[in-house]
Design a protein around this ligand. Structure first.
Ligand SMILES: NC(=O)c1ccc[n+]([C@@H]2O[C@H](COP(=O)([O-])OP(=O)(O)OC[C@H]3O[C@@H](n4cnc5c(N)ncnc54)[C@H](O)[C@@H]3O)[C@@H](O)[C@H]2O)c1
Length: 265
C-alpha cells in the first residue's frame, strides 16, 4: 500500500465530468478540480460553463447526455470522476404540487442521475469515482419539499447500492449532502419560501396556496458556508486520499445534519 503523501490530494491528469457547472456548487467544484490538475468537462442547461469541454444541455434529456458522453469519449476515451451536481427545487406543499411539478422534481433530481451514470459508467474503470450531490433534506423531514427530499434520499440509496455493485471494478461511489451554502439556486429557493411566508402563493404554478413556512436560522457553526466548501469535499472524494471511502455521505452543512435539521437548530 502506497504511503500517504500531500500529492494524494492532487487530481493531475484525471478526467472529471461535472453537471450543472455554470454556477453555484457545480462551478466551484469544476474550478477546484481544474486547480488541482484535472481536465474538466462541464455541462449546464444555461450559459455555457467554463471547462476544457463545455456543453449546454439539459441532463434530463437522454439524447443530449449521449452526445455529451460521446464528446468526452472522443476527447479522452475515459472518465475518472463523475459529479452529478445538477438539481433543484421549489417550495410547495405536497397537495400544492401539480403532477407536472412532481414529474419535474423526479426527473431533475433522480432520473437524470441514473441517466448520467448509465451513459458515463462504461468509460469508468479501476480508481474512478462517482460523486452524487444530494442534500441535508434527504436525511430529515422536509415539509414543503417532500418530493425533492424523497428524490435526494433516493440518490443516497442509489449511492450505497452502486458503491457495492461497482466495488469489484474499483469504482467508488459517494455523496455530498450540502446545506446552507448560498448560491443563486439556494437564494431563489429561499425566495420561494419567503414568498410563501408573505402569502404570495405557491411556487409551483400548477399548485395550491402555500401555507406559512418556518424561517431558517444559522447552522451550529454560526455562519453560512460557501460553494468552495462543497468543492473541498468533492476534491477529497475524487482523489487518492479517499481511496478506501465508498458508499458514504459527507455532510457539508455547518452541523445542520448533526443537529437533526434546520428546524431543531
Ligand atoms: N447550495 C446549497 O446549500 C444546497 C443545499 C442542498 C442541496 N444542494 C444541491 O446542490 C446542487 C447544486 O445546487 P446549487 O445550490 O449550486 O444550485 P444552482 O441553481 O445555483 O446551480 C445548479 C446548476 O445546475 C443547473 N441545472 C439544474 N438542472 C439542470 C438540468 N436539468 N440540466 C442541466 N443543468 C441543470 C442549473 O442551470 C444551475 O446552473 C443541487 O443538486 C442542489 O439540489 C445545494
Amino acid at each position: 500500500m502506497a504511503a500517504l503523501s500531500p500529492d494524494g490530494i492532487l487530481l493531475t491528469g484525471r478526467v472529471a465530468v461535472v453537471t450543472g457547472g455554470a454556477r453555484g456548487l457545480g462551478r466551484a467544484i469544476a474550478a477546484a478540480f481544474a486547480a488541482f490538475g484535472a481536465e474538466v468537462a462541464v455541462c449546464d442547461r444555461v450559459t455555457p460553463p467554463a471547462g476544457d469541454l463545455a456543453m449546454t444541455l439539459d441532463v434530463r434529456d437522454p439524447v443530449s447526455v449521449e452526445v455529451f458522453a460521446g464528446a468526452v469519449r472522443e476527447r479522452w476515451g475515459r472518465v475518472d470522476v463523475l459529479v452529478n451536481n445538477a438539481g433543484g427545487t421549489f417550495h410547495a406543499p405536497f397537495l400544492g404540487t401539480s403532477e407536472r411539478g412532481e414529474r419535474t422534481l423526479v426527473e431533475e433530481n433522480f432520473t437524470q442521475v441514473t441517466g448520467m451514470i448509465r451513459k458515463f459508467l462504461p468509460m469508468m474503470g479501476e480508481g474512478a469515482s462517482i460523486i452524487n450531490v444530494t442534500s441535508s433534506e434527504a436525511h430529515q423531514a422536509a415539509p414543503g419539499f417532500a418530493i425533492y427530499a424523497a428524490m435526494k434520499a433516493a440518490v443516497e440509496s442509489l449511492t450505497r447500492s452502486l458503491a457495492l455493485e461497482l466495488a469489484p471494478r474499483g469504482v467508488r461511489v459517494n455523496a455530498i449532502a450540502p446545506d446552507a451554502l448560498p448560491t443563486e439556486g439556494e437564494l431563489a429557493m429561499r425566495e420561494t419560501v419567503r414568498a410563501a411566508d408573505a402569502g404570495r402563493g405557491a411556487a409551483d404554478p400548477g399548485g395550491e396556496e402555500t401555507p406559512p413556512y418556518e424561517p431558517v436560522r444559522l447552522p451550529p457553526l454560526g455562519r453560512l458556508g460557501e460553494p468552495s466548501d462543497a468543492a473541498a469535499a468533492a476534491v477529497f472524494l475524487a482523489g487518492d486520499l479517499a481511496r478506501f471511502v465508498t458508499g458514504t455521505t459527507l455532510h457539508v452543512d455547518g452541523g445542520i445534519h448533526a443537529a437533526g435539521g434546520w428546524r431543531r437548530v
